[in-house]
Write a protein that binds this ligand. Structure first.
Ligand code: NDP
Length: 449
């Protein structure tokens, strides 16, 4: 395994996020390899860590002043072992090949856990939609799809949203794909309800994270109700995480964006959450505006001189990081433990550094890893694909019930795999091992391709 990792690092020495995710994965699946020597003999790990295909392309577009910009677009098709490639698109200035490869690698195993026939991919661009007009975003999406369209398709690769790609962007991307291909298909998920989308898809990731947290708590005879929660982010995942915590009777104290966080001692209730949704999804404002509307709350701007995030220092019982990767480091993790946090359930992808995860483990903090806990989003994307294929749509209750059942099943799968391989109660190891066995077995069945 050390050799495998050394080979990956040597080949792409600058891809730190990708190395981080592969390293964590390799450590977890060691017990599986001992029971399955055929996985080693047939170089399954080496094959899994090398994408089946990577596309990098130029995205030229014109802003409202007539100035031309050139961004870089990516699609990393990591594995099609168990289904067509599937995974979101991220538009954020930090996007690079390392980040897209790490996300695509995670996606392969997350999708396997959903029990749906979905391979893994991820894509995006180093484009920043913040401060751009709707027409600029539309032109960017059209330019992006003008290249991406030839690599995707409803049975080949089905992208969805991620950071910076919500329902507005999916609409523009879908419109351009349809025009170029002259086909109305389920090539993207997260579509509008009137044109092939699924009920509960916007809610799915956040709701699923809270369902997962509730399952973890139930094993300790506890519930979400009555607990105080720290949530980071204020985008899609954060908004619906807060909504479901409120449904289940919990209190949410914080939300954030890249400019800082707000702390509301009285709790973010349904009316305040509606304000955040309007602020973020319609007016596209900054989270600090929450305190102009609710002056008893406090806004804490980002302090670039700190190497820890004050959001994680508030006293609470549970935490859901729902912004971005590596947003909880070892200092943050220690602050959380000191502040009383007994459960961390990851809404974002890889938000906790390996050192932070070690601290949670040492302090017996229940830890729900992203590839299991946030799989509800892609699971309902899979349900959207099924509805598109049938030309039917299910009710809100039906999709929510299916989501809930899928999350319960993932939770059970993680625990069972962990206990089979002597890692009782370790959700991270269980998620990696269970998903790996399925993907690796499919690869062996299909030969060296
Ligand atoms: P959104 O773009 O809707 O929201 C992202 C939020 O995180 C915003 O509040 C944003 O603030 C904040 N954020 C993003 N980057 C940074 C950063 N570098 N530093 C601080 N804050 C940051 O994205 P989503 O809610 O869709 O995604 C959030 C996370 O959840 C990501 O890790 C994503 O991969 C993961 N995820 C999303 C799924 C989905 O269905 N959407 C499914 C599974 C995982 P600002 O606006 O200031 O940038």
């Amino acid at each position: 395994m050390e050799q495998v990792l050394a080979g990956i690092v040597e080949r792409d020495p600058e891809q730190r996020e990708f190395h981080q995710t592969v390293r964590e994965f390799l450590i977890s699946v060691r017990p599986v390899l001992e029971h399955h020597p055929e996985f080693r003999q047939l170089a399954v790990l080496e094959r899994l860590a090398e994408p089946e295909r990577m596309v990098i392309f130029r995205v030229p577009w014109m802003d409202d002043q007539g100035e031309v910009h050139v961004n870089r677009g990516y699609r990393v098709e990591m594995s099609s072992a168990i289904g067509p490639y599937k995974g979101g698109l991220r538009f954020h200035p930090s996007v690079n090949l390392s980040i897209i490869k790490f996300l695509a690698f995670e996606q392969v195993f997350k999708n396997s856990l959903t029990t749906m026939p979905l391979g893994g991919a991820k894509g995006g661009a180093d484009f920043d939609p913040k401060g751009r007009s709707d027409t600029e975003v539309m032109r960017f999406c059209q330019a992006f799809m003008a290249e991406l369209f030839r690599h995707i398709g409803e049975d080949t690769d089905v992208p969805a949203g991620d950071i910076g790609v919500g329902s507005r962007e999916i609409g523009y991307l879908f419109g351009m794909y349809k025009k170029l291909q002259n086909k109305f298909t389920g090539v993207l998920t997260g579509k509008g309800l009137a044109w092939g989308g699924s009920l509960i898809r916007p809610e799915a990731t956040g709701y699923g994270v809270v369902y997962f947290a509730a399952e973890m708590l139930a094993l300790r005879g506890e519930t979400v109700a009555g607990k105080r929660w720290l949530v980071s982010g204020s985008g899609n995942v954060a908004q619906f995480t807060v909504e479901k915590i409120l449904h289940l009777g919990g209190t949410v104290l914080t939300m954030s964006d890249s400019s800082g966080h707000i702390y509301d001692e009285e709790g973010i209730d349904a009316a305040k959450l509606a304000f955040v949704k309007e602020l973020k999804n319609v007016r596209r404002g900054r989270i600090g505006e929450y305190c102009e509307r609710y002056p008893r709350a406090v806004h804490v701007p980002v302090d670039p001189t700190l190497d820890w995030n004050p959001l994680w220092r508030h006293q609470a019982d549970g935490a859901v990081p729902a912004a971005t990767q590596n947003e909880i480091n070892n200092k943050d993790a220690l602050h959380m433990v000191e502040g009383g946090v007994r459960l961390v359930c990851e809404g974002a992808n890889m938000p906790s550094t390996p050192e932070a995860i070690g601290i949670f483990r040492d302090h017996n903090v229940l830890f729900g890893p992203s590839k299991a806990a946030n799989a509800g989003g892609v699971a309902v994307s899979g349900l959207e694909m099924a509805q598109d294929s049938m030309r039917l749509s299910w009710s809100r209750e039906e999709v929510d019930a299916r989501l809930h059942a899928i999350i319960r099943n993932i939770h059970r799968t993680c625990l069972d795999a962990a206990s089979t391989y002597g890692r009782e109660g370790d959700y991270l190891a269980g998620a990696n091992m269970a998903s790996f066995i399925k993907v690796a077995s499919a690869m062996l069945d299909q030969g060296l391709v």
